[in-house]
Design a protein around this ligand. Structure first.
Ligand SMILES: [Zn+2]
Length: 233
């Protein structure tokens, strides 16, 4: 299960950058630059692990993830795990969920609850053999899990629509709109609705306002003040 610490993974891993794939590295650099310019920060605490295809299946099995998924972000260790060098998955998991969990109040609360639960699970299971069923049973009577589960459900729309919107936004910046278009066609109608809502908002009010709407603050305050002054004149 997910109790292992990320550095025990045998996959290719690094703190913030993949060790293989120059293509993904240049995309990460580009996106970091974009966030620094717009918001004054970029992902710092989010870790990234890129799996080769053959390692992905065993990882999915271990953490109870469906094998046809292309990535996952785990708030408990603030790590984005992705299958191969897939830019859209990188945008969704690393810059979407990752940055959200670093920089918004909802995301930070999610990380704290997950870390608290991880600590309690480690107290219960460390040094013991256990199955997924044992873990489920433990969680069922655990107050922290109960709070986390409720909090997750209450904020799921916000959490997912930000990640989908990030995919759209960064695809557009990097000229990968077609790739996003093909992926969009495969979305469920619920997901389509989520992403359309955010895209419409950003087209009407701009990118910065959309980040604000999702709960991000902008550290480049002079830009904001200038805009306000300009409007007053
Ligand atoms: Zn997601």
């Amino acid at each position: 299960m997910v109790l292992q610490k990320p550095n025990s993974e045998k996959a290719m891993e690094s703190k913030t950058e993949p060790r293989f794939g120059e293509e993904l590295k240049s995309e990460i650099d580009f996106c970091n630059e974009y966030y620094l310019n717009l918001l004054g920060y970029k992902p710092e605490k989010t870790k990234l692990q890129i799996f080769q295809e053959r390692q992905w299946n065993s990882f999915c099995e271990r953490v109870g993830l469906e094998e046809n998924s292309s990535g996952v972000y785990l708030p408990r260790n603030q790590t984005a795990f992705i299958k191969g060098e897939n830019p859209l998955t990188l945008f969704h998991e690393y810059f979407g969920h990752g940055l959200f969990c670093e920089r918004t109040q909802i995301g930070q609360r999610l990380v704290n609850l997950e870390k608290e639960l991880l600590k309690e699970e480690q107290q219960e299971f460390d040094g013991k053999e256990f199955t997924l069923e044992d873990l489920k049973k433990f969680r069922k009577q655990n107050q922290t899990f109960f709070s986390l589960d409720n909090f997750r459900k209450e904020n799921l729309t916000q959490y997912e629509s930000f990640a989908f919107w990030t995919e759209y936004l960064l695809s557009e910046k990097l000229g990968a709109d077609e790739k996003f278009g093909r992926r969009y066609d495969e979305f469920s109608s619920d997901d389509k609705q989520l992403v359309e809502g955010a895209i419409n908002f950003s087209e009407q009010y701009g990118e910065l306002a959309t980040f604000h709407g999702f709960g991000f603050s902008c550290l480049k305050s002079e830009t904001y003040i200038d805009e306000r002054r300009y409007k007053l004149i």
